[in-house]
Design a protein around this ligand. Sequence first.
Ligand code: HSE
Length: 420
Amino acid sequence: MVKIGILGVGTVGASVAKILEENGDIIEARAGKKIIVKSGVVKNLSKDRGISIVLSDNPLDVVDDPEIDIVVELMGGVEEPYALVKKALENGKAVVTANKALLAYHRYELQEIAGDIPLMYEASTAGGIPVIGALRNGLSANHIESIQGIMNGTCNYMLTKMINEGAQYDDILKESQELGYAESDPTFDVGGFDASHKLLILASIAYGLDAKPEDILIEGIENITQTDVAFAKEFGYEIKLLGIAKKVGEGVELRVHATMIPQESMIAKVDGVMNAVTIIGDRVGETMYYGPGAGGDATASAVIADIVDIVRGNQGPMLGYKKGLESGLKLLTPDNIVTQYYLRLQVDDKSGVLATITSTLGEFGISIEAMLQKPTKNEEIAKLLFTTHHCKESKMQDAMTALSKLDVVHGEIAMMRIEK
Ligand code: HSE
């Protein structure tokens, strides 16, 4: 019999306990041993969680319990779980974590501390989709050319509702929280940080890159308006929050941002809380992984898969490399990203303005691909919406600064990147 202890018995922890009990027969048959939850840790002991496991409010009751074989960390946060996971590993216990923020900051230290002790994290990225296993194991023959994914269920749910039903941002964010998709601080979702944590985990397995969230471009969905949605529809795009890792020469771009993607692409059709990750390997070509990216049972399914792997003795090296990777690949700074852009700005509606805008862009070597002008309630002001051909991020940023200084331009300039 294998005994587990759960740090953080919230939605996912309760699902882990429930599935281990309700699907106990099949799980035992697959693992070869019976797996039971010995105890769990919560902050508030008086709250009813609808499950019958022994609960404590002291994490050391799990981490230091000699009878517990596997610690499942579902607390969230970074430094407190780091200290507890470290202690559990030092106590010789295997660890399964769903904590992407912890891994975004401490995955390399934890790998070092773990050594040969299993430390598994399938549930940290794209919830119930076994994408970590695919990248660590299934694609291990390949150099990874790119990873592109919808990695945040909350944002995808919100964007789907905004685009398909014209829903208002605040209403739909509240709904995502009520459905249990959003993080306890939803700015992690809508600001792109949650997706960035997941992207960094995948980038370590794909490229051996030790980058932190501060090192990469992260933008969220907060500034998207119905004007952008209408433009996207008219020009054949969907809007998705994407995590993108792309090998470019000897460099790797890592970025998270709202992205316009062609409506006919497979990933554009991924709606609601669903996640999807497309990985291109140099030998296999393009593969795609699709499924629920958030929610108790889906995430618990991935947690239990890791537990089963550990019980079977299947886990392998934490980040997928048995020895150091000398790939020579370096993280490209955000300035060096090259892509296409969409811009939205408000301008004086009078002759010569368009020429001023295009010539300002021209000064930075930026050429316009498509354009639309829309009236506003103020008849002296028009909205200009356009897409550009490829250019470097630094040029686009400089051009936006120059545009915002023009007398004919009013208010904030909105920008979104395009991936085709
Ligand atoms: N808040 C996350 C999401 C949960 O919406 O995808 C899963 O990591």
